[in-house]
Design a protein around this ligand. Structure first.
Ligand code: VGL
Ligand code: ZN
Length: 203
């Protein structure tokens, strides 16, 4: 196993977080074509790809009806919980499901599990990933929480700034999240700064 290895985490690119969805992130759908390019580059380099999904029960403390902050969204098995139809996840993608516990917000993908029931952190360790590239929705919630947990587990983290969008419950939330991730050690990248050669070197 090489000392360094990159992986791509696509966070919660689901219909309910895109325009027309139950908890639409402004311009959320615009991350899709950019992520598709990252997905092609990681797949071509033979690097592992993970895609988290918010996957709530109908009744959860995460929803306003039960004291939480959010309208119902990403309810298990509904069209709103499906990945955006234009997102081109390769067949090798490891789906990470989170938010199924009615007592938990589970913003971070690290609260999620693979189809085998393995927590994301263990799967990343087993795959030898040392550097996680993160894009998706939403900058100020699940991208932020996932990046901070990845840093806490000692991974290098690059947040893909051209492939994230924020909910912005309060204006400036996304910018504050970016500053917080930077202060904790995250770096930032774009399609231009993460060319295929960089990924090959990280493979
Ligand atoms: C998210 C709010 C509620 C997210 C999930 O994916 O960022 N935000 N649930
Ligand atoms: Zn949620």
């Amino acid at each position: 196993m090489s000392a360094k290895k990159a992986g791509l985490l696509v966070v919660d690119v689901q219909n309910d977080f895109c325009p027309g969805g139950a908890l639409a992130v402004p311009e959320g759908h615009r991350v899709v074509p950019v992520l598709n390019e990252y997905l092609r580059r990681f797949a071509a380099a033979g690097l592992p790809i993970y895609a988290s999904r918010d996957w709530h029960p109908e009744h959860t403390r995460h929803f306003q009806a039960h004291g939480g902050p959010w309208p119902p969204h990403c309810v298990q098995g509904t069209p709103g919980a499906a990945f955006h139809p234009d997102l081109e996840l390769p067949p090798s993608t490891v789906i990470v499901t989170k938010g199924s516990d009615p007592e938990e917000d589970a913003y971070s993908a690290f609260h999620g599990r693979t189809p085998e029931g393995e927590p994301l952190a263990e799967r990343l360790r087993r795959d030898g990933v040392t550097h996680l590239y993160i894009g998706g929705l939403a900058t100020d919630y699940c991208v932020r929480a996932s990046a901070l947990d990845a840093l806490d587990m000692g991974l290098a983290v690059t947040v893909l700034t051209d492939a994230i969008r924020g909910v912005e419950v309060q204006p400036g939330d996304s910018q504050r999240a970016i500053e917080e991730m930077a202060a904790r050690g995250a770096t930032f990248g774009t399609l231009e700064s993460v060319p295929p050669e960089v990924l090959e070197a990280d493979a």
